[in-house]
Design a protein around this ligand. Structure first.
Ligand SMILES: [Ca+2]
Ligand SMILES: [Ca+2]
Ligand SMILES: [Ca+2]
Length: 271
């Protein structure tokens, strides 16, 4: 009996003496109190502003990261549907400064969606391309291209570069589709809710085309972008929802089975 008690006491001491290893995590959350990043994509729910009138109401905005001033620190740009976009300059040690106003990249008008950073004019400075959607006024749907001036300010030049797409845009990506050394542009647009209910034959949807929701491929011709969607064989119809894309074996997959380049491929729907 004494021996059993001894063993029990020993085991208890052993377990009590062992503190569990500190849990190691792959990521560590940095709170806004430290980073000063306080962006919030607030959307109103009143009057005609609701998901019934616009089914993409909760698609959200976007975020792009890149070193806009080439100081080795990655900066962050957020797009807000109806709130101002925000550009945060990375000061190091997880400290960020909101430079939106002086940078001139707030994009306060329209309904902003996806955003991507790319050095569009190849001057060594990252530029910012912002997609817009939702608005009935096509002028407010024009996508925006903020060219980096090199002094923490930007100038909007989407029209000058030929990328002021006024469709209902979800997201855009720059990539060199014709392998000539410069980056071209693919803009994924979505349709209005003609497909709602799915009470029509899919073949009818597939035959419905329109410039407002047609996804676009823009070829970079010496710095000026031109719409080459038709000649590139981009297949579009009313069933265009959104995208997640990746290149495998020279094939471009676009979700929702809309655009097909370099082959006859289909990908799962990812509305
Ligand atoms: Ca930086
Ligand atoms: Ca640039
Ligand atoms: Ca190219």
């Amino acid at each position: 009996m004494v021996r059993i008690f001894f063993y029990m006491a020993f085991l208890s001491m052993t377990f009590w003496g062992c503190s569990p290893e500190k849990e190691t995590k792959l990521f560590e959350e940095q709170l806004s109190e430290r980073t000063s990043i306080e962006f919030e994509n607030k959307v109103a729910h009143d009057g005609d502003n609701n998901v019934l009138n616009y089914p993409y109401y909760f698609n959200g905005g976007g975020v792009a990261v890149g070193d806009i001033n080439n100081d080795g620190l990655v900066d962050v740009y957020f797009s807000g549907n109806i709130v101002s976009n925000k550009l945060y300059l990375n000061k190091g040690n997880f400290q960020f400064e909101d430079i939106t106003e002086k940078a001139g990249v707030g994009a306060k008008q329209g309904w902003k969606t996806g955003v991507t950073m790319h050095d569009v004019n190849q001057d060594g400075l990252l530029d910012i391309y912002v997609c817009r959607s939702a608005m009935g006024d096509s002028l407010l749907r024009k996508n925006l291209l903020y060219i980096n001036n090199g002094n923490l300010t930007f100038t909007e030049q989407a029209d000058a570069f030929g990328v002021a797409d006024n469709s209902y845009s979800t997201q855009a990506s720059f990539f060199d589709y014709d392998k000539d050394g410069d980056a071209d542009l693919f803009v994924l647009n979505h349709s209005l809710p003609k497909y709602a209910g799915f009470n029509n034959m899919l073949v009818n949807f597939k035959n419905q085309k329109g410039t407002k929701f047609q996804s676009k491929l823009y070829r970079n011709d010496q710095g000026k972008f031109r719409d080459v969607s038709e000649q590139a064989g981009i297949i579009n119809n009313v069933l265009s929802f959104g995208k997640d894309w990746f290149c495998i074996c020279r094939r471009l997959f676009v979700s929702s089975c809309i655009a097909i380049l370099w082959g006859e491929c289909h990908s799962p729907n990812s509305f």
